[in-house]
Design a protein around this ligand. Structure first.
Ligand code: IMP
Length: 503
């Protein structure tokens, strides 16, 4: 006979936190959101920690190198999507590791024999008015000069004028040598009142440009997530099919953490994959596994050596797994049970295995709730897909800007390995995700600060200045349907922004 769980499963929305006593030290500026990403022994430190408890989902519409850089700047980590060719994914990882804040690879380059017409056409295409003039017209050719909007006047000059006749030649340009730090570069910019500083190799090749206008955004963020060499940290998804080729390529590219991307992690395929990684790399390669929604699933993956375990089936905003297959569990219940299993495992073995609540974060308060229930960090897809830095298109729908957001189990992504149950039938035979729009929300940086402030403020209400403290002190109550109604604005007429009451 089937086993029946005594209680129905619940979502984050069905719970509230009850405030605790908070002392005068309990203020948002004292709160640390630092949290472990990888397993560690009692009394030791985890090899990898996050500075904010957020990672971005292993999805085509969410995590590429652009998102990874933006999120690492804020203290979180992206897992670059796996549903692409191994070389492409490894190249994304490498671009994050090679990225140097403030050093821009020139994307507008021409030869000196090209003309003003070429400059105008390039400006139209890239939208950038600074053009590097190199001997061969490439990004890293020998620098011959620079053209900016101040070097020409379209109304007075013949469009056929060669660039060499009006560019600022390299002899008159202030530049800095390869190896210059961002701080030094910014000092040169300020001292010489420059707008652009080219960085040149010893033999005069263009390495990068540093722009004055980027100065504020390039000032160091104290929460930046960097490795021992001060490079941004980045994660990458893997699957249980091509790991023997994909893992070495990602490790070689410099990935700091890997994660098996699967809709269902309580499977022998994951154990085999984890075993292969441990045999080949020992503990040096960090790898998470999942997804599971109960104690047995957690114990299985923790026992198989996962560095962290991802929790959640069917709760993602684009997910239709519960409809398609009738499997899954309310996200809150899943996190609560897995967190209890993790505590028991820690008591028995002395090994702490962090857990990640994946999917179903709709409001920012759900992040705090997931942490309070025992998650060490959260993985979000929809939330990050809304920002400029996500790789998807920004489109106008019904007068509002939207970003496209599609599930890995949709026909659009065709990530069959994520849903694969083995055998030779290597295709997505039915959809478990939808293709959708989410409201465009601007830049990640603008949004994440206020969001993390909310988390910090709520933690203070609970009397906690660390995530571990929140987990031990949180008092959580389930809410009745009527209390849910009471939780939103009610019994008032909301004004629209013109001040005219709307009914
Ligand atoms: P969200 O933050 O609620 O949008 O959920 C994102 C999570 O949904 C991801 O991290 C995945 O675990 C999961 N997911 C991604 N694509 C699909 C899909 O096509 N079907 C079901 N779940 C998906």
């Amino acid at each position: 006979m089937a086993y029946y769980y005594p209680e129905p499963c619940r979502t984050f929305n069905e719970y509230l936190l009850i405030p605790n006593y908070s002392s005068t030290d309990c203020v948002p500026s004292n709160v640390s959101l630092r949290t472990p990403l990888t397993r560690f022994r009692k009394g030791e430190k985890p090899a990898v920690s996050l500075n904010i408890p957020l990672v971005s989902a292993i999805m085509q519409a969410v995590s590429d190198d652009g998102m990874a850089i933006a999120l690492a700047k804020e203290g979180g980590l992206s897992f670059i999507y796996v549903s692409q060719a191994i070389e492409k994914q490894a190249a994304m990882v490498k671009r994050v590791k090679d990225y140097k804040a403030g050093f821009v690879m020139s994307d507008s380059n021409l030869r000196p024999d090209q003309t003003l017409a070429d400059i105008l056409a390039l400006k139209e295409k890239t939208g950038h008015s600074t053009v590097a003039v190199t001997d061969d017209g490439t990004q890293h050719g020998h620098l011959i000069g620079i053209v900016t909007g101040r070097d020409y006047r379209v109304t007075r000059m013949d469009a056929a004028t060669p660039i060499r006749d009006f560019m600022t030649p390299v002899a008159k340009i202030v530049f800095a040598p390869e190896g210059t730090s961002l701080k030094e570069a910014n000092n040169v910019i300020w001292d010489h009142k420059l707008n652009t500083l080219p960085i040149l190799s010893a033999d005069g090749r263009l390495i990068a440009l540093v722009f004055r206008k980027d100065y504020t955004s390039n000032k160091e963020n104290s929460l930046e997530l960097t490795d021992a060499c001060k490079r941004y940290m980045v994660g990458a998804g893997i699957n249980t099919r091509d790991y023997t080729e994909r893992v070495p390529a990602l490790v070689e590219a410099g990935a700091d953490a890997l994660c098996i991307d699967s809709s269902e992690g309580f499977s022998e395929w994951q154990k085999i994959t984890l075993g292969w990684i441990r045999d080949r790399y020992g503990e040096s390669v960090k790898v998470g596994a999942g997804n599971v929604v109960d104690k047995d699933g957690f114990l299985f993956l923790a026992g198989a050596g996962a560095d962290f375990v991802k929790v959640g089936i069917g709760g993602g905003s684009i997910c239709i797994t519960r409809e398609a297959k009738g499997i899954g569990r309310g996200q809150a219940t899943a996190v609560i049970e897995v967190a209890a299993a993790r505590e028991e495992y820690f008591r028995k073995t002395g090994i702490y295995v962090p857990i990640c609540s994946d999917g179903g974060i709709v409001n920012e308060n759900h992040i705090t709730m997931a942490l309070a229930m025992g998650a060490d960090f959260c993985m979000l897809g929809r939330y990050f897909a809304r920002f400029d830095e996500s790789p998807s298109n920004k489109v106008m729908v019904g007068g509002s800007y939207m970003k496209e957001y599609w599930g890995e189990g949709s026909h659009r992504a065709r990530n069959w390995q994520r849903y694969d149950l083995g055998g030779e039938n290597m295709r997505l035979s039915f959809e478990e995700g939808v293709d959708s729009y989410v409201p465009y929300a601007g830049s990640l940086h603008e949004n994440i600060g206020p969001a993390m402030h909310k988390v910090r403020a709520t933690m203070c209400n609970c009397g906690a200045v660390t995530i571990a403290e929140l987990q031990s002190k949180a008092r959580i109550t389930a809410v009745s349907p009527m209390s849910l109604t009471e939780g939103g604005a009610h019994d008032v007429y909301l004004k629209d922004n013109t001040g005219i009451p709307i009914k």
